[in-house]
Design a protein around this ligand. Structure first.
Ligand code: ADP
Ligand code: MG
Length: 692
C-alpha cells in the first residue's frame, strides 16, 4: 500500500481546479493522468523575460518585458481583423494585437489609462511596433508573479502553455515533505539539496545550464529515480534467490550425442556461455540468467544444449519465442538434434487447438514430452508440466520484470532469458539488474563480413538491376519496406505495391510477408523462400526478429533513414548467415537528417552489435532505443541513461550496500527509501519486502 503522505501527489489531474475533461486528456498526452506525472515532467526549455528595454530601443524578434500605459482600444470592424490595444511608455507606442479576441476579457485585463506589465515577442509591422498575443499582462502590483526565467514544457496540439504550467505548479504544491533517503555524507559530497528543493528548482531553471542533465538539481533527481530502479531490482533478485531452487545436473549422454551430430564445433564464446549456464543449473539456487548475443551469434544451439541438460537431469524444458514464426523455426532447427538424441519435442502455439492441444497437454503432464517449444501460450494457466526444470525465453526485449516474475512463480524452474538485441551496459543494468549476464561476443567462424552500402533512392534502378543479376545466379534476397509507424495499413500497402513492381521487373519468384498475414500463410511464404522457390522476399519488419535463412545473401532496406540503428543492425543480421558473400543495401530518401546520417555511417563502419547499441543510446536516448513501451524496459522520466551512466553505477552500489545493511528496509533511512520506491512506483519490490 502506498504511504498516505503520497496520496495527494497520486491524485488524478482532474481533481485540480480548472482542469476539465479536455485539458485532462491533453495533459495526459504530454505528462500523465496524475499529479505526480506533472511534477516529474521537467521543463525542456526556458524563456528569458529579463530583456527590458525602452520601447524605442526594443529589438524586434526578441522576448521583452515592458511597463506601459494603456492608451486606447481599437476593436475590429469585422471578425477577420484583430483587436488592437495601443500602449506606450514615454519613448514610443506599441500595439498589442489579439486575433479572435474576447472583447470583455480585454477591457477587463487592459483597462483604459491603467499601467500594465506586458511580456512577449516584439515585432514590427509596417514600421509599427507590435506585440501579438502577449504571453503575460499583469497589473504592476502583480509584478512579482512574472517569472523572469519562464520554464517551457513539452506541449501537444491545443494545450495552452499557461494551463500546463499552472497545473504543474499546482502539482508541485502537493509534493509532501519527505524524510531524506540519501546518505547525508553522500549528499554533502555531491553538493545536492533535498528531493523537494531539487524538484522545485528544476521547474524554475534560471539559465540554459540548469536545463542540462548534468545540472546538480537534475542529477539529484535522476539519482533518486535510478536508486529506486536499482533498489527494486536488487530486492527482487534477493527475493528470487531466496526461493529454493534445486540442482540440475545432467550426465551428458544426450548432450554428447547432440554435439557429435553438429556440423560445426562450438565457439569458445558459446562453450563459455554454456558452462556458465550449466554451473547455474547445477547450483542449488535458482538460475536467473540473461544470455546476450548478437544476431547470428549462435544462441539457439546453446539454449538447446542447456535444455538437454535439464532433460538428462530428469526434468522437462521449455523454449518460448515471441512469434509463431520463430517457434516453428526453432522447432525445425532443433528437430534433427531431437531425432539423434531421442528427445521428445512438441510445439504449442495459439494455433494448436482442440484435440491436438489436449493431447499435447496430457502428454506434457505425464512427462511424455521432454521439451516444449512455443509462444507465450506456453505459460498460460492450463499448461502443466510434470516437472519443468528449465525455461528459456528467446528474443525477449518485449519481456519485462513483471513477466519474469510471473515465470518465476511457476515453481522452482531455472530461467534463462535470451536477447538478440545487444543492450548497452547501462541499459542492461537498469532492465536486467536482477539477473546474471552471459555474453556471446562475436560470431561463429567462417562468416564473411557483410558488405554494407548506403545509397540514395534515386539509385533504386541500379539496385534492381543488381538484384536481377544476382537472382539469375541463384541468390536470395530480402527486400524490406518502409516502416510508417502511424499505420500498419500504409506499411502494408507500400509492401504490396513494391512486391507487385518487383514481380513485374524480376519475374514471379517474388513473395511477400507481412504482419497482418495469417500464421499459416506467412509460414508458407517463408518456407518457399527458404527452399528457393521464391528468390525475393518483400517484407515489412516481421522478419526483424530471428529469422534464419542462411542462403539469403542480399538485404535491401528501403527508407533506411526511418529505422533505428538497432533495428537496421537486426535486419542486416538476416544475411551473412551462411558461407556466401553478403550485401546489405541501405536505401535512403534525401535529404538525410543529421541523426540518420550518423546512424547509417555507424552501420557502414561497424558490425559489432554492442558498439552499435552504445551508439544508438547516444544518438537516440534510452527512451526510444527499444521502443520502451513494448520492450519491457523501465521508463525513466528524470534520468537520462546516455548522460547519467556514472550515476547509475553509483546507484547500483548504493542499492547493494543499503540492502546488505538493512535487508528489510526497517531503519529510519530504510523507511524513507520505502517512500522513494513508492514515489517512483516500484511497488512490486516493496511487496517483496513485506512477504520476505
Ligand atoms: P542467434 O544467436 O541469432 O539465435 P542462431 O542460433 O540462429 O543465432 O545461429 C545462427 C546460425 O549460426 C545458425 O544457422 C546456426 O546453425 C549457426 N551456428 C551456430 N553456432 C555455430 C558455430 N559454432 N559454428 C558455425 N555455425 C554456427
Ligand atoms: Mg535466435
Amino acid at each position: 500500500m502506498r504511504p498516505s503522505i503520497l496520496f495527494p501527489l497520486f491524485a488524478e489531474t482532474r481533481t485540480l481546479p480548472g482542469i476539465g475533461p479536455r485539458l485532462e486528456k491533453m495533459i495526459a498526452r504530454v505528462a500523465g493522468t496524475r499529479l505526480v506525472d506533472l511534477a516529474l515532467d521537467l521543463p525542456s526549455g526556458i524563456i528569458d523575460r529579463s530583456y527590458r528595454p525602452r520601447l524605442i530601443d526594443a529589438q524586434e524578434g526578441r522576448i521583452a518585458t515592458f511597463v506601459v500605459n494603456v492608451l486606447d482600444h481599437l476593436p475590429p470592424f469585422d471578425r477577420r481583423q484583430p483587436y488592437r490595444v495601443r500602449c506606450s511608455d514615454d519613448s514610443a507606442i506599441i500595439e498589442l494585437i489579439f486575433f479572435r479576441a474576447d472583447n470583455s476579457y480585454l477591457t477587463r485585463t487592459l483597462p483604459l489609462g491603467s499601467k500594465r506589465l506586458i511580456s512577449g515577442r516584439v515585432e514590427r509591422f509596417n514600421g509599427k511596433l507590435q506585440m501579438p498575443h502577449p504571453d503575460h499582462v499583469l497589473a504592476p502590483e502583480e509584478a512579482a508573479n512574472l517569472p523572469m526565467q519562464e520554464p517551457v514544457y513539452g506541449l501537444t496540439e491545443g494545450l495552452p502553455p499557461k494551463s500546463l504550467a499552472k497545473a504543474i505548479r499546482a502539482s508541485l504544491e502537493k509534493v509532501p515533505p519527505m524524510a531524506e533517503w540519501l546518505d547525508p555524507e553522500y549528499l554533502r559530497r555531491r553538493g545536492w539539496t533535498t528531493f523537494g528543493a531539487a524538484l522545485h528548482a528544476a521547474h524554475a531553471p534560471q539559465s540554459e545550464a540548469e536545463l542540462q542533465p548534468t545540472a546538480p538539481d537534475r542529477m539529484r533527481l535522476a539519482y533518486d529515480e535510478l536508486l529506486a530502479n536499482q533498489l527494486a531490482l536488487v530486492l527482487i533478485r534477493a527475493r528470487l534467490r531466496n526461493v529454493k531452487g534445486r540442482s540440475l545436473k545432467g550426465d551428458g549422454h544426450l548432450k554428447q550425442k547432440a554435439i557429435a551430430a553438429l556440423p560445426f564445433s562450438l565457439t569458445p564464446a558459446q562453450s563459455q556461455a554454456l558452462a556458465e549456464i550449466e554451473a547455474d543449473m547445477a547450483a542449488p539456487a535458482r538460475m536467473l540468467r540473461l544470455l546476450q548475443g548478437d544476431v547470428g551469434a549462435g544462441k539457439t544451439i546453446v539454449a538447446f544444449l542447456a535444455l538437454l541438460d535439464a532433460v538428462e537431469a530428469g526434468t522437462q524444458g521449455a523454449l518460448m519465442a515471441p512469434t509463431e514464426l520463430l517457434t516453428r523455426q526453432h522447432m525445425a532447427a532443433l528437430a534433427p538434434f531431437a531425432a539423434t538424441t531421442g528427445v521428445r519435442m512438441a510445439l504449442l502455439t495459439g494455433r494448436e487447438r482442440g484435440a491436438p492441444r489436449e493431447q499435447i497437454l496430457a502428454a506434457l503432464a505425464k512427462g511424455e514430452i521432454d521439451i516444449l517449444v512455443g509462444t507465450h501460450a506456453l505459460f498460460t494457466d492450463d499448461v502443466t508440466f510434470r516437472d519443468l526444470g528449465l525455461a528459456i525465453v528467446d528474443e525477449q526485449h518485449r519481456f519485462g520484470v513483471h513477466q519474469r516474475l510471473q515465470l518465476q512463480s511457476k515453481g522452482t524452474t531455472d530461467v534463462l532469458v535470451m536477447t538478440a538485441t545487444p543492450i548497452p551496459r547501462t541499459l542492461a543494468l537498469t532492465a536486467y539488474g536482477d539477473m546474471d549476464v552471459s555474453r556471446i561476443a562475436g560470431r561463429p567462424p567462417g562468416r564473411q563480413p557483410i558488405d554494407t552500402r548506403v545509397l540514395p533512392a534515386e539509385r533504386l534502378e541500379e539496385v534492381v538491376a543488381h538484384l536481377r543479376g544476382a537472382i539469375a545466379k541463384g541468390a536470395r534476397a530480402y527486400w524490406v519496406c518502409p516502416l510508417v509507424e502511424e499505420s500498419e495499413k500504409i506499411d502494408l500497402a507500400a509492401a504490396e505495391e513494391r512486391a507487385g513492381e518487383l514481380r513485374e521487373l524480376l519475374g514471379p519468384k517474388v513473395g511477400l510477408v507481412h504482419g497482418r498475414m495469417k500464421g499459416a500463410e506467412r509460414d508458407t511464404a517463408m518456407a518457399k523462400f527458404k527452399s528457393g522457390e521464391l528468390s525475393v522476399l518483400v517484407a515489412t519488419t516481421v522478419i526483424e526478429v530471428g529469422v534464419d535463412v542462411p542462403e539469403a545473401t542480399i538485404m535491401v532496406v528501403e527508407h533506411a533513414e526511418r529505422f533505428g540503428l538497432a533495428q537496421l543492425h537486426q535486419l542486416r543480421g538476416r544475411v551473412g548467415r551462411g558461407s556466401g558473400k553478403s550485401t546489405c543495401l541501405l536505401i535512403y530518401a534525401s535529404p538525410l537528417g543529421e541523426t540518420a546520417k550518423a546512424r547509417l555511417k555507424t552501420l557502414r563502419e561497424t558490425d559489432d552489435g554492442f558498439v552499435i547499441a552504445e551508439e544508438d543510446l547516444k544518438l537516440r536516448g534510452a527512451g526510444e532505443l527499444l521502443g520502451v513501451r513494448q520492450s519491457g524496459m523501465p521508463e525513466f522520466r528524470l534520468a537520462d541513461l546516455a548522460a547519467h551512466a556514472e550515476l547509475l553505477a553509483a546507484a547500483r552500489d548504493d542499492a547493494k550496500l543499503i540492502l546488505s545493511r538493512d535487508p528489510e528496509l526497517k531503519s529510519p533511512r530504510g523507511e524513507a527509501l520505502r517512500v522513494l520506491l513508492y514515489l517512483f512506483e516500484r511497488d512490486e519490490a516493496v511487496r517483496y519486502l513485506r512477504t520476505g
